[in-house]
Design a protein around this ligand. Structure first.
Ligand SMILES: [Fe+2]
Length: 260
């Protein structure tokens, strides 16, 4: 369990924005930056999952996970090539899919996806630290990711769409039709969808082992993370009610995590 400092949260978010700045260009870059600005306050503190035994269940876990996938995917691309594979996709396509495979976890336009679990019994017995927002329209995470990208007018190629769609591999029944085919003409025409799934699977498992063998796996650490999220959620609700423009990330975190 990590307990990221205010500076680490902001640094991670800046790394993510830098990747967007340095990887894409033109309208796609501008629209991605607009999308990240819209979700900025929410993305910075979002966890990557609802249970510590899944992966990166702490404030800032989402961005850490996404950065981890981008790094893992780039490394796997080199390994894949070194064992004889022909790389039939670009690094831009790889990074685009790695960056956005879990975008649906930030929620939709009005709602955040993960809410702090207020039920003590569920938290203690089921280890459920965050719960999925019941007010949201149900959608799979990858479906929401693709919907959000189109909402912000971010062009997604057919190959990128497929790679994001099947990033959970066989863990999502909806992917069976794409992954379990015996007709050569139905199999993927590029290795990108496999690379994204391998990267996500491998990095997620690494994150699990990081939690499992961490000496910092203490209830206090989890509680601190949950408290941070609770404060962040409270702040967002307050802003919404007051219909004031969102505070900048710096102001938000000064208030939430700064020295009192
Ligand atoms: Fe993921």
């Amino acid at each position: 369990m990590k307990n990221l400092t205010e500076q680490q949260l902001l640094d991670n978010y800046q790394k993510l924005v830098d990747i967007v700045e340095n990887t894409f260009e033109g309208e796609r870059k501008e629209n991605l930056l607009k999308m990240y600005k819209f979700f900025e306050d929410r993305i910075i503190v979002a966890p990557a999952s609802g249970k510590p035994n899944y992966h990166y269940c702490f404030a800032g876990g989402y961005v850490e996970h996404v950065l981890h996938i981008v790094d893992t995917a780039k490394k796997l691309m080199k390994v894949y090539e070194s064992i004889g594979a022909v790389i039939d996709f670009t690094e831009e396509e790889l990074v685009f899919c790695a960056l956005h495979h879990d975008l649906g976890k930030v929620g939709d336009l009005e709602h955040e996806y993960y809410l702090v679990q207020e039920d003590d019994w569920r938290r203690k017995k089921l280890n459920e630290w965050f719960t999925q927002n019941p007010e949201m329209q149900f959608m799979g995470v990858t479906d929401r990711a693709l919907w959000l990208l189109q909402h912000f007018d971010v062009k997604v190629s057919q190959l990128e769409w497929l790679a994001i769609k099947v990033s959970d591999g066989m863990y999502d029944d909806a992917n069976v039709q794409y992954l379990k085919t015996f007709k050569p003409e139905h199999s993927f025409q590029s290795s990108l969808p496999y690379l994204i799934h391998w990267a996500d699977h491998m990095a997620t498992r690494a994150e699990y082992t990081e939690w499992k063998y961490s000496e910092k796996k203490t209830t206090e650490k989890v509680n601190k993370s949950v408290t941070n999220i609770k404060q962040a959620v409270g702040k967002q609700v307050k802003e919404k009610v007051e219909t004031q423009p969102s505070a900048s990330a710096k102001d938000l975190f000064d208030e939430l995590f700064g020295d009192k």
